[in-house]
Design a protein around this ligand. Structure first.
Ligand code: NAD
Ligand code: MG
Length: 391
């Protein structure tokens, strides 16, 4: 039996993970599930999978969770500390699918106990790549990518040395507004941005797909995970979302990973690695699909991509600043306080402000310094939105 824990079990990736493990109850022993405010979902899944522990991120939800688990012998807990304790419970495989920088500390806890970490939470590597990779190296823990593009690249790289790769191409659907006239983007609403042409995902990543902040995070994530230098990483718009990544080898061969837009593929690959298992995903009929198209993303439409290049050039704690400012800008866009295209301006302003804060970006990459940079960046993003600082 493989002992598994799912951090962010009630979300989109978490539910797809549960779908896979619930099909093979004889193979998996569920240690812990964590969630947020959807207590009914968390409790029901904990009971269905026979988890030992269920954790809500919110202290005020603990009594509801206890009530929902009454009579089940499943332990209930709440709060950020309890999330890390859940991640630290001995397990063989831990899914990191909390959204945002909130996933960083639980992910580090899972690595500290040496578990294999299936990493959907891209913010972990963006904010703390070197720290996370060093933690895994020190405990012998394995990190497996779950982001579909990174899982695809990982599969194209099997048996290859990433250092010898000529280029890595990450594809992007282009999101909800890829075909909108540029001048209309200023009026884009959160509801419109949260509609993805191909993938069904959580609200935040769907809006990040429309702005390409998602791809910006993924470029940095790829740089940190594979150690491929920034100039070798490209982004191509691919409206069909069927080719997830391509790896160009030194001899000119380009290996593409093609599959349906179904996260159970990438999750299932990480769950069964190094084996491949029969997964319940659609088999593509390429003759039916007919054509796969690619084009270059427009810089004007997707300013987040250039910001990601700046982060990679700057290094240090700039990834933590970038991600936190983006999270704050996204909060404000969702709340109706910030126009769609102003999210990138907000992040750029926070990055400029961070540069002016002596020693912040070049501080040693410790968890404490990352959390400090994160908190300051959220504050600067807020200041920019309130007009207290300029760009
Ligand atoms: P989601 O919003 O559907 O689910 C997020 C999960 O995190 C929920 O269980 C929620 O309760 C929990 N959560 C939210 N805030 C929290 C906090 N502060 N503390 C603890 N838990 C919290 O998100 P998702 O779409 O499943 O994405 C999860 C992660 O995976 C993100 O980092 C996303 O970028 C990444 N990812 C998602 C997809 C996808 O298809 N959805 C694909 C690739 C990568
Ligand atoms: Mg992705």
């Amino acid at each position: 039996m493989r002992r598994i824990t799912i951090l962010g079990a009630t979300g989109s990736v978490g539910q797809s993970t549960i779908d896979l493990i619930a099909r093979e109850p004889e193979r998996f022993d569920t240690v812990a599930l964590t969630g947020g405010r959807n207590i009914a979902r968390l409790a029901e899944d904990a009971k269905r999978l026979g988890a030992k522990l269920a954790v809500t991120a919110h202290d005020e939800c603990l009594s509801d969770l206890r009530d929902a688990l009454a009579g089940s012998h499943i332990e209930a807990a709440a709060g950020a500390g309890a999330l890390c304790e859940a991640a630290a419970r001995p397990a063989d495989w831990v899914m990191s699918s909390i959204v945002g920088a909130a996933g960083l500390e639980p992910g580090l806890s899972a690595l500290s106990q040496g578990a294999t970490l299936a990493l959907a939470n891209k913010e972990t590597l963006v904010a703390a790549g070197p720290l996370v990779m060093a933690r895994a190296a020190s405990t012998g823990a394995t990190i497996l990518p779950v982001d579909s593009e990174h899982s695809a690249a990982f599969q194209c790289l099997a048996g290859e040395d990433p250092a010898k790769v000529e280029r890595l191409i990450l594809t992007a659907s282009g999101g909800a507004f890829r075909d909108w006239p540029l001048e209309k983007l200023a009026q884009a609403t959160p509801e419109q941005a949260a509609t993805h042409p191909n993938w069904s995902m959580g609200q935040r990543i769907t809006i990040d797909s429309a702005s390409m902040f998602n791809k910006a995070l993924e470029v940095i994530e790829a740089r940190e995970f594979f150690g491929i230098t920034p100039e070798k990483i490209e982004v191509l718009l691919h409206p069909e979302s069927l080719v997830h990544a391509l790896v160009g080898h030194a001899d000119g061969a380009l290996m593409a990973h093609i599959g349906p837009a179904d996260m159970r593929h990438a999750i299932g690959y990480a769950l069964n690695w190094p084996e491949r298992a029969d997964l319940p995903v659609a088999r593509l009929d390429l003759a039916e699909i007919g054509a796969l198209t690619f084009r270059r993303p427009e810089a004007e439409r997707y300013p987040a991509l250039d910001l990601a290049r700046q982060v990679m050039a700057r290094g240090g704690l700039s990834g933590a600043v970038f991600n936190a400012a983006k999270e704050r800008a996204l909060d404000e866009f969702i709340a109706g306080n910030l126009p769609f295209m102003a999210m990138a301006d907000t992040v750029a302003a926070a990055m400029d402000r961070a540069e002016a804060e002596s020693g912040l970006i070049d501080a040693e990459m410790t968890l404490e310094n990352i959390l400090r940079a994160d908190a300051m960046a959220r504050g600067w993003a807020g200041d920019y939105i309130l007009g207290r600082i300029d760009r």
